[in-house]
Write a protein that binds this ligand. Structure first.
Ligand code: AP5
Ligand code: MG
Ligand code: ZN
Length: 216
């Protein structure tokens, strides 16, 4: 059996975590686990979780740790995560990082690498405000950096593209502040454990992917 690949992406909103995690997932044939995508799906379906999360997400703040930790535990326990997984957007607080460690200890599947995508704030704002997402399959585009072949239509499934509620500039700035306050401490947390690799994320998507593979 091939060695399991257990990874996590850290980085501010719009750094390219989702874009790179999707490529890593395809490359290693491992699930891409994005708490943001899972929460947006819950909001779309208006489940109990979705109703709780919606207003918090629209403000650009964090959903409570126990809520997110619960959905991640459930996901990581599934059999398709045995060959590995790539986490995107989780953990986001020290409480979540400690919870993750507990979950992975229970599963005897320690995390092997944390990739820290570094992108300057002004680029982040451009990337986030120009992002468009497929309503049907969740694929990400960018009006300038990664436009769809046909305007407002998904290349993969033909679905309609929309702007995320939290991608307006004021909310992006709030998300950046929340990142600096609550998530940035995880850089030192994972560096201290020897798991962290910094990746310069301020380049074309394919260039960043080459750097990501090298860091893994
Ligand atoms: P989440 O969905 O995780 O959002 P985020 O962390 O703010 O990150 P984004 O998805 O905005 O950016 P990304 O880094 O994935 O970049 P992407 O690849 O899309 O979370 C949303 C909300 O959910 C949170 O605010 C919170 O409320 C809640 N939540 C989620 N997880 C939680 C948790 N663990 N705890 C508590 N609450 C949680 O790229 C961005 C854009 O740039 C795209 O348009 C893309 O096409 C473009 N792009 C990407 N790479 C490049 C490149 N190299 N060059 C040019 N353009 C690029
Ligand atoms: Mg994302
Ligand atoms: Zn689509």
């Amino acid at each position: 059996m091939e060695k399991a690949v257990r990874l996590c992406f850290l980085g501010p909103p719009g750094a390219g975590k989702g874009t790179q995690a999707e490529m890593v997932s395809a490359h290693f044939h491992i699930p891409h686990i994005s708490t943001g995508d899972m929460l947006r799906e819950a909001v779309r379906e208006q489940t109990e979780l979705g109703k709780r999360a919606q207003a918090i997400m629209e403000r650009g703040e964090l959903v409570p740790d126990d809520v997110v930790t619960g959905i991640v535990r459930e996901r990581l326990e599934r059999a398709d995560c045995r060959p590995g997984f790539v986490l995107d957007g989780f953990p986001r607080t020290v409480v979540q990082a400690n919870a993750l460690q507990g979950i992975l200890e229970d599963l005897h599947q320690p995390l092997e690498r944390v990739l820290n995508l570094i992108v300057p704030d002004d680029i982040i704002v451009l990337r986030s405000t120009g992002r468009r997402v497929c309503r049907q399959c969740g694929a990400n585009y960018h009006l300038v950096f990664n436009p769809p072949a046909v305007p407002d239509r998904c290349d993969l499934c033909g679905g309609e593209l929309y702007q995320r509620d939290d991608d307006r500039e004021a909310t992006v700035r709030r998300r950046l502040a929340v990142y600096a306050e609550q998530t940035a401490p995880l850089v030192d947390y994972y560096r201290a454990r020897g798991l962290l690799r910094d990746v310069d994320g301020n380049a074309a998507v394919d260039t960043v992917f080459t750097r990501v593979l090298a860091a893994i």
